[in-house]
Structure formats: structure tokens, C-alpha cells
Design a protein around this ligand. Structure first.
Ligand code: NI
Length: 128
């Protein structure tokens, strides 16, 4: 590996607190594998959808529920937090084919009344 790249790696090891270079490189390889899982539409992936919304928003809650009931993938678990008088935060662990998971997340996040939404890449971890 070139000195410049090695220097960047060592800085990364230091910054993130890895015990050694090998552990940092293992994580980078795993991240690449997960990224590949997410671009390969054939396999199943696990995603974590986070949304923040105002539950007073007319019909939003029922639209969210309706979308979930009609989705072909699996919602493994939902965590719902009532943040304050108005705002709710939901975390959903979802499983399905890559494209299907992304479409579901896009549909949920783009609904009127959703204040914030993001889809986090995760993995079942089976391949490594
Ligand atoms: Ni709530």
C-alpha cells in the first residue's frame, strides 16, 4: 500500500479507536459487502427506517399503517416513541429485496407530514 494511503489508514485506526489495522480493514470489507447486498436486487436485505412525524397530522397515521399492511416485505419490529405532545419517532426494522425495501422507505418518507425520515443500511450478517 502507498505511504499516503497507509497514513490515511493509520489516522482512521487512531480516530475510530480500532485496536489495529486489520480490524479497520475487516470493517471496510464488511461495509463493501453490505453495500453490494444493497445494490444487488436479487438478495434480501435488512434496513432500519427512522421517521419523525406529527401524529396530529390528518390521516397520516392511517396512511402509514395502510402502506405497511399492503407491503410485500416484512416489518420485523417497530419502536414508537411519543417524543412530546406533537411529535412521534418510529424505528422500523424491515426485511425484503433491496429494491422493495428502498421503495417502501421512499413511500413512507415522502408522505406529507413526515418531518424527517431516513433509511439505514443493515445486514443479517450471514455472509461474514
Ligand atoms: Ni406517538
Amino acid at each position: 500500500m502507498e505511504d499516503i494511503l497507509l497514513g490515511k489508514l493509520d489516522a482512521m485506526v487512531q480516530d475510530k479507536g480500532y485496536p489495529n489495522r486489520s480490524e479497520a480493514i475487516r470493517d471496510l470489507v464488511r461495509k463493501t459487502i453490505v453495500d453490494d447486498e444493497w445494490t444487488d436486487s436479487a438478495g434480501e436485505i435488512i434496513g432500519v427506517l427512522v421517521i419523525v412525524f406529527d401524529h396530529h397530522r390528518r390521516e397520516l397515521s392511517s396512511r402509514l399503517l395502510n402502506t405497511e399492511h399492503h407491503w410485500e416485505g416484512s416489518i420485523l419490529s417497530t419502536l414508537h416513541l411519543h417524543l412530546d405532545h406533537d411529535n412521534c419517532l418510529e424505528v422500523k426494522v424491515i426485511r425484503g429485496k433491496a429494491g422493495v425495501v428502498k421503495d417502501f422507505a421512499d413511500e413512507m418518507i415522502s408522505m406529507k407530514g413526515i418531518k424527517y425520515g431516513t433509511l439505514v443500511k443493515a445486514t443479517a450478517g450471514g455472509e461474514f
